[in-house]
Design a protein around this ligand. Structure first.
Ligand SMILES: CC(C)(COP(=O)(O)OP(=O)(O)OC[C@H]1O[C@@H](n2cnc3c(N)ncnc32)[C@H](O)[C@@H]1OP(=O)(O)O)[C@@H](O)C(=O)NCCC(=O)NCCS
Length: 186
C-alpha cells in the first residue's frame, strides 16, 4: 500500500473503515465551511459515498491520503483532485489536530512525494480569502498567489472571494527543502 511518513505522522489512501472518523471531522461546521463541496450537516452516508469513489491507487493527480499520528489517531485528509491537466491540492483536519503544524507537515510529505516521484509542472490550490490559517500553511510551503476568483462554500450556501495559488517544484524546494527547515521558518 502507498504510505508516506514523517516524524509525527503517516498517511495512506482512505479506506471504507475511515467513514466514521471522516464523518466526525467533517461534521464540524468550522471545518466544512472552509471547503467547497462539503455539505452541512454531514452524515455517515456522505462519507461512504465519497469513499466508494476513491480507488486504493488513484492517478497521482487524484490521490488522497488519510492522515494519522503514529499512535493511529486520525487527524484529517489531504490530497489532489485533477483540475484541467494539473493536480489541485485540498485538505482538512479534525479541530482537535489544529494549531500543531500537522497540516504543514502532512502537505510537505504529500508535495515531496508528487514532485520527487510522479512529477507535475505545478500544483494549484487556493483558499477562501478569510482563511488565514490555510493561507499561512500554503505560504510556508512556497505557494504563490496568482489570482482571485469566486467560489461556492456548499456548507454556507454562499459564494466567497477565493485566493488562487500555485506551487512549482522550484518554489517548494526553496521554501521547504526539508522538514527541519520548514520548522525553523515557523
Ligand atoms: C487550515 C487547517 C488545515 C490548518 O491546519 P493546521 O495544522 O492547524 O495548520 P499549521 O499548524 O500547520 O499552520 C497554521 C498556521 O496558520 C497560523 N494561523 C492559524 N490561525 C491563524 C489566524 N487566525 N491568524 C493568523 N495566523 C493563523 C498558525 O500560527 C500557523 O502559522 P505559523 O506556523 O507560522 O505559526 C485547519 O485549520 C483546518 O483543517 N481548517 C478547516 C478546513 C480548512 O480550512 N481546510 C483548508 C481549505 S483551503
Amino acid at each position: 500500500m502507498l504510505k508516506l511518513a514523517t516524524d509525527r505522522l503517516y498517511m495512506r489512501p482512505p479506506q471504507m473503515d475511515d467513514a466514521a472518523v471522516i464523518t466526525a471531522a467533517l461534521s464540524h461546521y468550522e471545518v466544512a465551511k472552509n471547503l467547497a463541496f462539503v455539505p452541512h450537516p454531514y452524515a455517515l452516508e456522505d462519507a461512504v459515498v465519497w469513499l466508494e469513489k476513491q480507488p486504493a491507487l488513484a492517478h497521482p493527480y487524484d490521490q488522497k491520503f488519510a492522515i494519522f499520528t503514529h499512535e493511529d489517531e486520525f487527524c484529517g485528509m489531504t490530497g489532489f483532485t485533477h483540475k484541467g491537466d494539473l493536480p489541485s491540492l485540498g485538505y482538512y483536519l479534525h479541530p482537535d489536530a489544529w494549531g500543531k503544524g500537522v497540516m504543514t507537515e502532512a502537505n510537505w510529505a504529500l508535495i515531496k512525494w508528487l514532485f520527487d516521484g510522479p512529477g507535475a509542472p505545478k500544483i494549484v490550490s487556493g483558499v477562501f480569502d478569510y482563511n488565514v490559517a490555510s493561507f499561512r500553511v500554503q505560504q510556508k510551503l512556497g505557494f504563490q498567489t496568482v489570482g482571485q476568483s469566486v467560489m461556492q462554500s456548499l456548507a454556507q450556501n454562499k459564494e466567497f472571494a477565493h485566493i488562487d495559488t500555485e506551487l512549482t517544484k522550484d518554489a517548494f524546494e526553496k521554501a521547504a527543502p526539508n522538514l527541519a527547515a520548514l520548522r525553523n521558518e515557523t
